[in-house]
Design a protein around this ligand. Sequence first.
Ligand code: DX5
Ligand code: ZN
Length: 231
Amino acid sequence: MTFDRRLRIAPSILSADFADFGREIRAIEDQGADWVHVDVMDGHFVPNLTFGPPAVKAFRKHVTTFMDVHLMIAPVDPFIEAYAEAGADMITAHVEAGPHIHRTLQAIRATGRMAGVALNPGTPADSVEHVLDLCDMVLVMSVNPGFGGQKFIHSQVAKIERLRAMIGDRPIHIQVDGGVDPATAPLVVRAGADVLVAGSAVFRGGSADMPEVYGRNMQAIREAAFGRVPA
Ligand code: DX5
Ligand code: ZN
């Protein structure tokens, strides 16, 4: 994949119908999703449980764009290979999930997958300064991870600005995850984010039978991000 900073929308399937993932993934992709964001939770690093490698492997069969796997698990290293084999294109690990983020990022890169590093809202931008050259993406959590549908934490906008300056012209995406909707998208894009994860703001009001709602929701985020009021 060649690098560019055009705006990407990555719907989180945490807000999809859990009994119908195949159709939900096809619906968001048909409606213009750039990436498919998969939230992996372990009931330990975060207070919720979601998808093991077999589930992610099953999603892969339906993903034709790019499968972005966000690991909210600790420890993370023992599971990297399994999520790589499940078909992740990007594997993102949290800097708070263990004492050795440098080793974790090396292990992700060793699988041939792209590597992301995620920061919780309380973690400073500087914590990733010395691992940026092992990363394809920095994920700024704009809610405390664990659940969809939470309120955007505004203090994270300054962190995005700081990371954007740190990254300079290096080919590293800045992803924002949590509470992204048409009201908050312009703030994070102006600060330097280029990949927007959105769960509730994409899936709200739609279904695999009414996929055009997903399309409208994504369009509303895109247009708001560029300062235009949706029609
Ligand atoms: C939170 C997850 C997010 C979440 C986003 O722990 O990492 O990806 O699903 O959901 P919304 O967009 O509803 O805040
Ligand atoms: Zn996520």
